[in-house]
Design a protein around this ligand. Structure first.
Ligand SMILES: O=C(O)CCC(=O)C(=O)O
Length: 307
């Protein structure tokens, strides 16, 4: 995997720490360096319970997000479709057979929300939240969404970065990653055209031929694998490409807003009272935190109780 990158640019493997080593975790988080927490999910009910029969049982009426994979299993985020969770599981069961039926669509479930906070987006699978424990070290006040990724493995998510701090946790299967510091962005051919997603690189890092992208060889990188039960902390802005192992692959990610994004979200006015005194307009703006406090505080309380 990633064998076309120059070996001499590969940095040592990432640090692995235990989930109880809060000092080390705090240090790495404030240094904004990726690291692995080796036992983050080993004791979550999800690690024991989650398989396709369990998902089928709890699927209910949920509608989830998925993408079509191309014939190289590359994930394109151009079009994210919606499908019932039940139908997705049926597709996945067939995909995992030794000889899947011809013409079967190759689907990968991405960014389907288990929970959302801070006026976050709609939630698709709240029934799975009880199977997790919220990692105590993530800043709960800035937790934005918890998302499920699910597929038959072999999928490749190309080089991109997230604006939020990310904790990517493997529940079933493994993931191989390349990570590149935001300081190297100038070498990474970031998309910059109108109507393009500028969080993505033009380089296909999985492509055998990187000659089209010579500057990528100026960037040092980390290469690592996350195993079942492990979580990788990816600070906001860090470029990453992800290859999932073959076979059932289940992962979660926790996105926490960066301080700036959290502040913008927090102070974003949602309503105002205006009045007129001697032909001058005065107004009081109410920040979203006042309304979101009432809508999310109960939710957060129950999350905290579980951890
Ligand atoms: O697991 C994947 O395929 C992609 C995950 C990812 O890119 C992320 O968590 O930001």
């Amino acid at each position: 995997m990633f064998h076309n990158l120059k070996k001499s640019n590969c940095l040592r493997d990432l640090y692995r720490v235990g989930s109880r080593d809060s000092l080390a975790i705090e240090k790495m988080m404030s240094a904004k360096i990726p690291f692995i927490i080796s036992d983050i999910a080993t004791h979550w009910p999800a690690s024991k319970l989650w398989d396709l029969d369990y998902f089928e049982k709890i699927s209910g009426q949920s509608i989830v997000h998925c993408v079509d994979l191309d014939d190289k299993n590359l994930t394109s985020y151009k079009a994210i479709d919606k499908i019932s969770f039940y139908d997705f599981i049926q597709n996945l069961k067939l995909s995992l057979k030794r000889s899947p039926p011809q013409g079967l669509k190759k689907l990968y479930m991405v960014i389907s929300r288990i929970s959302a906070h801070l006026n976050g987006p709609q939630v698709q699978l709240p029934q799975l939240l009880k199977d997790l424990k919220l990692p105590g070290f993530m800043n709960l006040k800035r937790l934005w969404t918890i998302n499920l990724w699910l597929g038959a493995g072999g999928t490749k998510s190309n080089l991109h970065f997230d604006p939020d701090n990310n904790l990517l946790v493997c529940i079933k299967g493994t993931k191989d990653l390349v990570l590149i510091s935001p300081k190297k962005t100038k070498w990474l051919y970031r998309k910059n055209k109108k109507n393009e997603n500028t969080l993505i690189s033009n380089v296909n890092i999985f492509d055998g031929n990187l000659e089209k992208w010579p500057n990528i060889h100026n960037a040092q990188y980390f290469q690592t694998r996350i195993e079942e039960g492990e979580g990788l902390y990816i600070p906001s802005g860090w470029w990453h490409a992800v290859a999932s192992s073959k076979g059932l692959n289940i992962a979660l990610n926790f996105w926490c807003l960066s301080p700036r994004a959290a502040l913008l979200n927090f102070t974003n006015p949602v309503c105002s009272i205006q009045w007129n005194v001697k032909n001058k307009w005065f107004s009081i703006l109410f920040p979203s935190c006042i309304s979101s406090f009432f809508s999310t505080s109960l939710d957060k309380f129950s999350l905290r109780n579980k951890s």
